[in-house]
Design a protein around this ligand. Structure first.
Ligand SMILES: *Cc1c(COP(=O)(O)O)cnc(C)c1O
Length: 345
C-alpha cells in the first residue's frame, strides 16, 4: 500500500509496537511514558511551563474540549473560517450556544488581515479560534500576523494546529498562543486515536467550565499530576507516541519540517510540469491541494485499485496529497506517473 493520506506511511519499528501484548496502564512504567511524552510534546511545540491534556479521541474531540471547557465561559469568539475545519469551530460554538463572529475566507485564499483587524476592533471578541493550516484547502495562515492582532486587542488565541504541528514551524511561546490542539495521525505520523490540548502558562490560570464529563480539563489535569488519564487510555497509541517523540527529539523538529517541505516542493514542481493548478495562495508544507485537468471523477477509485491512497477534495477535480510520514522522491515520482496515466486514459 502507498499512502499519500494521513498519517502516511509509518516505520516498521513503530508499527511493530502495535503488534505487542498490551501492558496494564496503572503502573509507574506507564506514568513515566505519559510524563516523558508530555515534556517532549511541550518541547517540540515550544510551550514552556505549559501542560498537555491527552485524550483518547480524534482531533475534533480536543476541539470540542476547548469549546466546552473554555470558550463557553467567554463572551464572544472570533472565528476564522476558510474551509471545513474553520466551520467546525463555528459548529461547535453553535452546539454549545456560544456567541461568535464569523470571518469567512474564500476557498484557498489568504485572509485579508487588515479587514480582519477592522472586524476584530468592532466585534470586540475575547477569544480567537482558527486553524494554522486549513487542511481542506492546503492554505497556511499567517500566524504571526494573527498573533500580533490578538495581542494588540487582548484576544485569547486558540490555534488548531492539528495538521501544521511538525510540518510547518510553530512556536507557541513566541507567538503568545494561549492553547493549541494537535492529534496523533498527522505530523506525529502514528495511527489516529489520540488528541492533545496544549495549555500555555497563561491558559493554566484561566477558569474552566464543567460541561463535559469525559473531557473535563480540571479532572484530566489532576490525573496528569501522576502521569495518568482519568479513564482507560489507548495504551498502544501512547507507546507509539512515546517512541515517535523520542525519535523526533533525536532528529530535531527543524530537520523534520525541512524534510516535509522538500517533498512538498518536489511534488509541486511536478504539478507545474503537468499543469495541475495549486489554488492555495500560501500553501502549507503538510499537503498539496491541486486540480487535475481530466478524469477527476475516476481518479480516486482508479488509484485505489492500485492500492494508492490520496485524499479527494470538496470540489470536482480537486485532490490533496499529504507529505507526512515516509515519502521518498521515488514515491512522489510513482504517484505522479500514475495520476498522469489516469488523466490520459
Ligand atoms: C485532521 C484535522 C482535524 C481533526 O479531525 P479528526 O478527524 O477529528 O481527527 C481538525 N482540524 C484540522 C485542521 C485537521 O487537519
Amino acid at each position: 500500500m502507498k499512502s499519500y493520506v494521513f498519517p502516511g506511511n509509518i516505520e516498521n519499528e513503530i508499527l511493530q509496537v502495535g503488534a505487542e501484548q498490551i501492558p496494564y496502564m496503572r503502573t509507574s512504567f506507564f506514568s513515566g511514558i505519559v510524563k516523558e511524552s508530555e515534556q517532549l510534546l511541550l518541547e517540540q511545540i515550544h510551550c514552556k511551563n505549559g501542560r498537555v491534556i491527552f485524550y483518547t479521541g480524534s482531533g475534533t474531540g480536543a476541539m470540542d474540549a476547548v469549546v466546552s471547557n473554555f470558550v463557553t465561559l467567554k463572551k464572544k469568539s472570533f472565528i476564522l473560517a476558510g474551509g471545513s475545519f474553520g466551520y467546525r469551530w463555528k459548529d461547535l460554538c453553535e452546539y454549545y450556544h456560544c456567541p461568535y463572529h464569523l470571518f469567512e475566507v474564500p476557498f484557498a485564499k489568504s485572509p485579508d488581515y487588515s479587514e480582519m483587524e477592522e472586524q476584530i476592533k468592532k466585534a470586540n471578541p475575547d477569544v480567537f479560534l482558527c486553524q494554522h493550516h486549513e487542511t481542506s484547502t492546503g492554505e497556511l495562515y499567517n500566524l504571526s500576523r494573527i498573533a500580533e492582532i490578538c495581542k494588540k486587542y487582548d484576544v485569547f488565541l486558540v490555534v488548531d494546529a492539528i495538521s501544521s504541528f511538525l510540518s510547518d514551524p510553530l512556536d507557541m511561546n513566541s507567538l503568545n498562543i494561549g492553547m493549541c490542539i494537535t492529534s496523533s495521525q498527522k505530523g506525529l505520523n502514528i495511527p489516529p486515536g489520540l488528541s492533545f490540548v496544549f495549555l500555555s502558562e497563561k491558559a493554566l490560570s484561566e477558569e474552566y467550565n464543567h460541561l463535559s464529563y469525559y473531557f473535563d480539563f480540571k479532572e484530566n489535569l489532576k490525573n496528569l499530576e501522576r502521569g495518568q488519564t482519568p479513564y482507560s487510555p489507548a495504551t498502544t497509541l501512547f507507546l507509539q507516541l512515546h517512541k515517535r517523540l523520542k525519535m523526533n527529539s533525536e532528529i530535531g523538529v527543524d530537520a523534520i519540517i525541512d524534510k516535509v517541505r522538500k517533498r512538498a516542493l518536489y511534488f509541486r514542481a511536478k504539478c507545474k510540469e503537468h499543469e495541475w493548478l495549486i489554488p492555495a495562495e500560501n500553501p502549507s508544507n503538510c499537503i498539496t491541494g491541486f486540480f487535475v485537468n481530466r478524469n477527476g471523477d475516476i481518479l480516486f477509485n482508479e488509484l485505489l485499485k492500485e492500492n494508492i491512497y490520496i485524499m479527494p477534495g470538496s470540489t470536482p477535480g480537486f485532490f490533496r496529497v499529504s507529505h507526512l510520514g515516509l515519502q521518498s522522491e521515488e514515491d512522489i515520482d510513482y504517484l505522479v506517473s500514475r495520476i498522469k496515466a489516469i488523466e490520459e486514459k
